[in-house]
Design a protein around this ligand. Structure first.
Ligand SMILES: Cc1cc2nc3c(=O)[nH]c(=O)nc-3n(C[C@H](O)[C@H](O)[C@H](O)COP(=O)(O)OP(=O)(O)OC[C@H]3O[C@@H](n4cnc5c(N)ncnc54)[C@H](O)[C@@H]3O)c2cc1C
Length: 396
């Protein structure tokens, strides 16, 4: 049996981009629903380190680029939400650390010295000494400098759980092959179900499916916007580790290592290791990559005891707007064309900007809320994603 449902907007993808946009659209009165093929929390989102960047990492490349300007406002915007005073109420979301730290080895180049002295960075970071440093960097063996950045680090699983608590009633699970899109009439979405089919008529589609946007655009016969993938090989270490939320700077402009920590219920800590180490390990197999991670920690933090630490790795592609040379895009992308909005946030931190631009595009395209915002649809609810450390089958 076929059922027809009318909505204002259908969002594809339940990562941070789709969930934040759904919340803002429903707040504005739109009858919006979200369709997800796997789990709410996405692929990249649930793997994210949770840093709400304020620009320090971007500014490391040497210039105050567009990205540095755009991202500078993000910590403040998120902090307002975390205090329950922003565009979304995220007061139930756990903040793992109010600050992110930056530590430099003794051997940083002169360009980096200029960076620390720059006017731009002086307003965003402060040198810290003694007990104000993270415990691990209070060791007498440590010889570098430590700076505190005004960048909170969020518990991403708790962020996702809270957004789903608020918006889960409008998030539905679909089988990847069950959706039929019509290039001539993008607003007509047909979904095959075990009980027949559901036809949804929408004023506009929002493609916020991360890497999945590529095949959705193909189904709609669209050649633009084009997407790029930048692969990562993340490392996770688990055991009696101290809490640390910090980038380590080496001689180059990109952070050599980014460590974030997640306290597990059993009292252990999981470290996520990102930065250069995750990018350069893409060609390595699991064993080689773990060995490289261990060598990196032994080189940078030789006083850290790694005896009882277990290791795992995880591959994930970052999906974003294509750039010349495949470089990191400067900001989020929202592209509106003939009843279809395509969006990639580039960073979890940019989700509020992405959602605001989606709202703006709808207004510009004359798409107005058509009813009281409620939708009843006969599809199953999409389940919540598991944190990456729960998905690991084997720890070394
Ligand atoms: C390892 C790692 C660490 C990161 N750390 C940070 C950080 O600390 N701070 C930061 O700001 N950013 C960080 N990022 C970037 C950030 O995670 C991403 O920019 C952001 O999560 C992307 O969100 P998204 O919603 O676009 O995509 P995703 O989270 O990938 O979600 C896309 C969703 O769409 C679904 N989907 C796919 N195809 C379809 C379809 N056809 N129909 C319906 N649904 C579909 C997928 O199943 C998925 O749930 C990190 C990224 C990675 C990979």
């Amino acid at each position: 049996m076929s059922k027809l449902v009318s909505v204002d907007v259908v969002i594809f993808g339940g990562g941070i981009a789709g969930l934040w946009a759904l919340a803002r659209l429903r707040q504005a009165g739109y009858a919006a629903i979200l369709l997800e093929t796997k789990t709410l929390g996405g692929l990249q989102t649930i793997a994210a380190q949770g840093i709400i960047h304020g620009g320090a990492k971007y500014a490391l490349t040497g210039s105050a680029s567009d990205a540095t300007q755009a991202i500078g406002d993000m910590p403040q915007r998120w902090r307002a939400c975390l205090a329950g005073e922003g565009e979304l109420d995220l007061s139930r979301v756990r903040v793992l650390s109010q600050h992110q730290y930056l530590w430099s080895t003794e051997s940083i180049g002169s360009r980096m010295t200029g960076f620390f002295a720059s006017k731009l960075m002086r307003s965003r970071m402060a040198a810290v000494e003694g007990v104000d440093r993270p415990k691990l960097l209070q060791s007498t063996a440590f010889k570098g400098n430590v700076y505190r950045l005004e960048e909170p680090v969020l518990d991403v699983p708790s962020l996702v759980a809270e957004l789903v608590r608020q918006q889960g009633d409008a998030c539905f699970q679909i089988e990847p092959d069950a959706v039929q899109l019509d290039a001539a009439q993008p607003g007509c979405v047909k979904i095959a179900t075990s009980a027949g089919s559901v036809s949804i008529q929408a004023q506009q589609l929002v493609l916020a499916a991360g890497a999945g946007n590529e095949s959705l655009l193909k189904q709609l016969d669209r050649e633009t916007p084009q997407m790029q993938r930048r692969p990562l090989h993340m490392l996770m270490a688990r055991g009696p580790l101290p809490l640390l939320y910090a980038h380590c700077l080496g001689a180059s402009a990109n952070p050599r290592l980014t460590i974030t920590s997640y306290p597990l219920a059993e009292g252990e800590i999981v470290w996520h290791l990102g930065g250069q180490v995750a990018e350069s390990g893409v060609a390595s197999d699991e064993k080689e990559h773990i060995a490289a991670g261990q060598a990196e920690l032994a080189a940078l933090l030789p006083w850290l005891d790694l005896t009882d630490i277990h290791w795992a790795t995880r591959r994930i592609d970052r999906a974003e707007i294509a750039t010349p040379g495949g470089k990191r895009p400067d900001s989020w992308l929202v592209h509106s064309e003939r009843d279809v909005i395509t969006a990639w946030p580039t960073k979890l931190a940019f989700a509020p900007c992405l959602a605001a631009d989606v709202l703006h595009c709808l207004e510009q395209d004359g798409v107005r809320p058509s009813g009281d915002g409620t939708v009843s649809i006969d599809l199953p609810c999409a389940p919540l994603a598991q944190p990456p450390w729960n998905e690991v089958k084997r720890w070394s």
